[in-house]
Design a protein around this ligand. Structure first.
Ligand SMILES: Cc1cc2nc3c(=O)[nH]c(=O)nc-3n(C[C@H](O)[C@H](O)[C@H](O)COP(=O)(O)OP(=O)(O)OC[C@H]3O[C@@H](n4cnc5c(N)ncnc54)[C@H](O)[C@@H]3O)c2cc1C
Ligand code: SF4
Ligand code: SF4
Ligand code: SF4
Length: 576
């Protein structure tokens, strides 16, 4: 077989049609930058195999306990359960956390190590991108040394994200599980200051830059230099280091992303009575997760939309207030689709004791990238021979799962550079599945909300984690909600007698009478021409993008012509 190889009834396919089908059928996995096998791990949670669920996650995203708490959750936005008339998306991220929380204390990490290659690699930066890249390079047999400018590894996970969202002992456990592959970590080593890329290039066969985005963007308004005006990242770094920067009673936060919300919630814990987040656009345009917004609002933070700071007001060198200009949204052709336009003459001011400007960060222009000036990073390859790049340093401020996905892809590109071979390949594993075993009643289970601690506990100590995780019964209930979209339902048109029993029981418009399936040039197809006239029907087909895997068609078919196949995107050795 050309594009597929068979092994004990299971087929590993490299057919473009199978990749296309899985991408469309399993929307959560396709939306995850690291392509985590979400239905695979949710099924394991359902079977109370938490350790296995953790390993499925770890293969794709390396820090499951961390991501289960702070992931930006693009998968949940894409989840089929959240589509119109299907209810709410599955709590994918909370389930990820539950497998990390509920796995046995005897759980053993699984690593499939390659033989030592004798090659040495330097990773610059120990944030999520650097750690993911270092891990995969070590698994591939390369000797890895990480150079990190700060005292501790973790990047923004350690220095940016507040402890009430991400406990540091959990973070260090997952980082140590990476480092214990024999990766050397050199902290307090700023590349560009203590050591430069050229030195590293001399010493190592390849170098990867994962230094993130550490230069805060400026407000560029009058009064920015006053006391008690902070940039979001420095503010969070100080709070995470245990300092208590002055915020006063009335705090104004500028910005609409992760950092802005973290600053607002931290200011509250530092004693502020009134915290206002001010955004140029509208709430629906904020780049944050709904749960996080919900928690911020619950804690009493207010969001003011359609405003932009025009001046920070002060007396005796200290902030006393801020002047805003109102904005309006204008639609534009290029992304972002909405642009905030200031309205002349709409200025107004409010009193405040501190201003935190959390406008995002850009890659460090001064230190490490000075050596790469004029050498624009293209994907993971820079045009300095043997120097690669990944994470926020390449993409600009993004999120942890994208940084991890970037780090992993970069490790494969570096491995090819170091060995001259492609050693890993993505395939689709197709396994016959004999039953659907998922009653329709599961579709009506309401989404389980996360347990959280009370307000007084939150304010008592900055480090108290707000979310408490799921109890085993909650995790089990939530896992039942997943449709298991990796199950592919198909009708064998040669055996079908067109009795339409399946169509009669279908809860959705998921089984189609088709008069034509146009093939694309590569042999794949993504559309079909439906018909309602029986004399034109040439086939009957299941639309796996609409199917909610209820199994009812499978149960009623008198001809047994509906089959179920489990489809998993996997990474195998290229020569397997
Ligand atoms: C306050 C805050 C909250 C956030 N919340 C979330 C969230 O809830 N969910 C989410 O998904 N994302 C969140 N993000 C974004 C996310 O943290 C980043 O996108 C992610 O950490 C980027 O990973 P990275 O490895 O590319 O870079 P970083 O995490 O920035 O790591 C870069 C590392 O390189 C080191 N370094 C820098 N310069 C040098 C040098 N010259 N030499 C050696 N080492 C160097 C740094 O010290 C750092 O350890 C948040 C960011 C912030 C600031
Ligand atoms: S129902 Fe399950 S498999 Fe389907 S998109 Fe949602 S989480 Fe993914
Ligand atoms: S399992 Fe069958 S009846 Fe149920 S949603 Fe899918 S195609 Fe429709
Ligand atoms: S129930 Fe079976 S035989 Fe009848 S139309 Fe559906 S697939 Fe064909």
């Amino acid at each position: 077989m050309d594009s597929a190889s068979s092994k004990q009834g299971v087929i590993f396919s490299t057919d473009v049609r199978d990749f296309g089908q899985v991408a469309k059928s399993v929307p959560c996995q396709n939306a995850c930058p690291a392509r985590t096998n979400i239905p695979g791990y949710i099924r394991c949670i359902n079977e109370k195999r938490y350790g296995r669920a953790y390993e499925i996650n770890r293969q794709a995203n390396i820090l499951p306990g961390v991501l289960g708490r702070i992931c930006s959750r693009p998968c949940e936005e894409a989840c089929r359960h959240g589509e119109p008339d299907n209810g709410q998306s599955v709590g994918i991220c909370h389930l990820k956390r539950s497998c990390a929380d509920l796995k046995s204390s005897m759980h053993r990490i699984v690593e499939a190590l390659y033989a030592p290659s004798g090659k040495r690699v330097a990773v610059v930066g120990a944030g999520p991108a650097g750690l993911a890249c270092a891990h995969d390079l070590a698994v591939l047999g390369h000797g890895v040394t990480i150079y990190e400018s700060r005292e501790k590894p973790g990047g923004m996970l350690m220095y940016g994200i507040p402890e009430f969202r991400l406990p540091r002992d959990l973070l260090m456990t997952e980082i140590n599980n990476i480092l214990r592959l024999g990766i050397q970590l050199k902290t307090g080593q700023a590349v560009g200051r203590n050591i430069n890329i050229h030195d590293l290039k001399e010493e190592y066969e390849a170098v990867v830059i994962t230094t993130g985005c550490v230069s805060p963007r400026k407000l560029r308004v009058q009064g920015e230099d006053l006391d008690n005006v902070y940039d979001g990242l420095s503010f969070m770094e100080r709070v995470n280091a245990g300092e208590k920067p002055f915020v006063g009673k009335r705090v104004v936060v500028i910005g609409a992303g992760f950092t802005a919300v973290d600053c607002a919630r931290s200011a509250l814990r530092l004693g502020a009575a009134e915290v206002k987040m001010n955004i140029r656009k509208t709430e629906d345009q904020m780049r944050i997760d709904e749960t996080e917004k919900h928690e911020a609002l619950f804690e009493g933070i207010r969001i003011h939309s359609l405003v932009q700071p025009s001046k920070i007001l002060g007396e005796n060198g200290k902030v006393t207030g801020i002047e805003f200009r109102r904005t309006r949204l204008e639609t534009q052709d290029q992304p972002p689709s909405k642009k905030a336009v200031p309205i002349e003459g709409s200025e107004f001011s409010i009193p405040c004791d501190s201003v935190i400007a959390a406008l995002g960060q850009s890659p460090d222009a001064g230190e490490v990238s000075r050596d790469l000036t004029g050498r624009k990073a293209d994907g993971h390859v820079t045009d300095m021979e043997g120097v690669f790049a990944a994470g926020d340093f390449v993409t600009g401020s993004s999120d942890v799962i994208s940084a991890i996905a970037g780090g992993k892809k970069c490790a494969l590109a570096m491995d090819e550079f170091l060995t001259g071979m492609v050693r890993k390949k993505k395939k689709i594993r197709l396994a016959p599945h004999t039953s659907t075993d998922r009653p329709r009643a599961f579709d009506f289970i309401p989404r389980k909300e996360m347990n959280t601690i009370d307000m007084d506990k939150r304010l008592e100590d900055y480090t108290h984690e707000v979310e408490k995780g799921f109890q085993p019964d909650q995790a089990h209930e939530e896992s039942k909600r997943c449709y298991l979209c990796n199950l592919r339902y198909e009708i064998d048109p040669l055996r079908c007698i067109y009795c339409s029993a399946c169509i009669d029981v279908a809860p959705k418009d998921c089984i189609k009478l088709v008069e034509e399936i146009p093939l694309k040039e590569d042999g794949s197809y993504d559309t079909y021409k439906e018909t309602s006239q029986w004399d034109r029907v040439v086939s009957i087909t299941i639309d796996n993008e609409l199917c909610i895997r209820c199994g009812q068609c499978y149960q009623v078919c008198p001809m047994d012509c509906i089959s179920v196949t489990k489809t998993d995107l996997v990474e195998t050795d290229a020569d397997e």
